[in-house]
Design a protein around this ligand. Structure first.
Ligand code: ADP
Ligand code: DP6
Ligand code: CO
Length: 358
């Protein structure tokens, strides 16, 4: 190996939004969930993480920057991902630069990682999902890891549970698994991105502020104190998962919307059932729910599904482009873009439409 060189690789990963939520772990360190979950991965380029990983003999330690600020890599989650990926590294040769890295070299070489999210971090839009999936994916590429996406998903899971679902596009299920070592707790693709491409996802950013209770600590408190969570995980979600899979296969929007809305509302009910209660949604979130519910009930069939992650921001899934444009008109009418309201500016994309309050 020549002594002064640097090898870099850049990858981009979209975020995913759960329509049947993951909320609660049965094993904190391996990140094993109490129930299966299902999500939809957004189209690439909209809400996504871009991560550049670099390796060089000149680097003295592993370092990471998130949105331009250095963060510590010492936490167990980052360490698990780095350890698992390094263990699977294989020989890499870059003839152009005259670089040869053997499987053994990877144990000694240090990494510099720089990651940017093009959407609010830690605000309930699943930045940990895009972020950790991108980290594992980019490191896997740099180190020539041969594992398939499902196996990589089990590594990303150890960085952040929801991250395992961002390794695939389209509709994705995170199977909770049975094994104590977590080997069967991984993501599978239910349907690819073309399967149901008339759906339009609109994201209303009610607040891009960082949430007070992270998903990790929120769900820990729910597992410890909420009886509703136990009931949900054992009795409700297993049946819902089957129905949701069927709705997705059949492109049955009415069932899809009913299940997604009910599941979001139950997840937030679990948060309220936690002691002390956790409030992720705010008044604007509630007004958006009201607006969609009233509209859906005034039509022959539902036009829009809503779902809220651990934050106040609404993810609205319209049945088609026509419903999406009507939805935007309604949002503009009820939440006019002026400084007096919570939401005041719009960035329109093709399939994901970001409405940002800044
Ligand atoms: P969110 O709802 O945005 O997923 P979480 O509370 O689950 O919020 O996770 C936020 C945390 O995820 C951040 O504080 C940071 O530690 C981590 N994270 C977010 N984006 C990235 C990224 N691009 N790379 C690495 N870690 C990230
Ligand atoms: C509400 O994956 O962020 O978005 O595994 O502790 O990192 P950790 O939590 P995280 O939790 C996501 C919760 C959710 C629902 C979901 O994405 O399924
Ligand atoms: Co998260």
């Amino acid at each position: 190996m020549a002594s002064e060189w640097i090898l870099t690789l850049t990858a981009q990963t979209p975020t995913n939004i759960a329509v049947i939520k993951y909320w609660g772990k049965r094993d904190e360190s391996l990140i094993l969930p109490v129930n299966d979950s299902i999500s939809v991965t957004l189209d690439p380029g909209h809400l996504c993480t871009t991560t550049t990983v670099a390796v060089s003999p000149a680097f003295e330690q592993d370092r990471m920057w998130l949105n331009g600020k250095e963060i510590s890599l010492s936490g167990d989650r980052f360490q698990s991902c780095l350890r698992e990926i390094r263990a699977r590294a294989t020989d890499v040769e870059n003839k152009e630069k005259g670089i040869k890295i053997s499987k053994k070299d990877w144990e000694k070489l240090h990494l510099h990682i720089s990651s940017f999210n093009n959407f609010p971090t830690a605000a309930g839009l699943a930045s940990s999902a895009a972020g950790l999936a991108c980290l594992v994916f980019s490191l896997g590429k740099l180190m020539n890891v041969q594992e398939d996406h499902s196996q990589l998903s089990a590594i990303a899971r150890q960085g952040s549970g929801s991250a395992c679902r961002s390794l695939y596009g389209g509709f994705v299920k995170w199977i909770m698994g049975k094994e104590e070592n977590g080997s069967d707790s991984l993501a599978v693709q239910l349907a690819d991105e073309k399967h149901w491409d008339e759906l339009v996802i609109i994201i209303a950013v009610v607040s891009s502020r960082q949430k007070e209770t992270s998903s990790t600590s929120g769900m820990r408190e729910s597992v410890e104190t909420s009886l509703l969570l136990q009931h949900r995980a054992k009795e409700v979600v297993p049946k819902r998962i089957l129905k949701m899979e069927e709705a997705i296969q059949n492109r049955d929007f009415a069932s899809f919307a009913a299940l997604a809305c009910a599941d979001s509302n139950q997840f937030h009910a679990v948060c309220l059932d936690t002691s002390p209660p956790i409030f992720y949604m705010n008044d604007t979130s509630h007004r958006i729910i009201n607006c969609v519910e009233k509209w859906n009930r005034s039509e022959e069939a539902p036009q829009v599904a809503y779902t809220f992650d651990a934050g106040p921001n609404a993810v609205l899934i319209a049945r088609n482009r026509k419903a999406a444009s009507l939805l935007i008109q309604r949002l503009l009418y009820y939440f006019p873009p002026n400084p007096e309201t919570d939401m005041n500016s719009y960035v329109l994309g093709d399939k994901s439409i970001l409405k940002d309050a800044g």
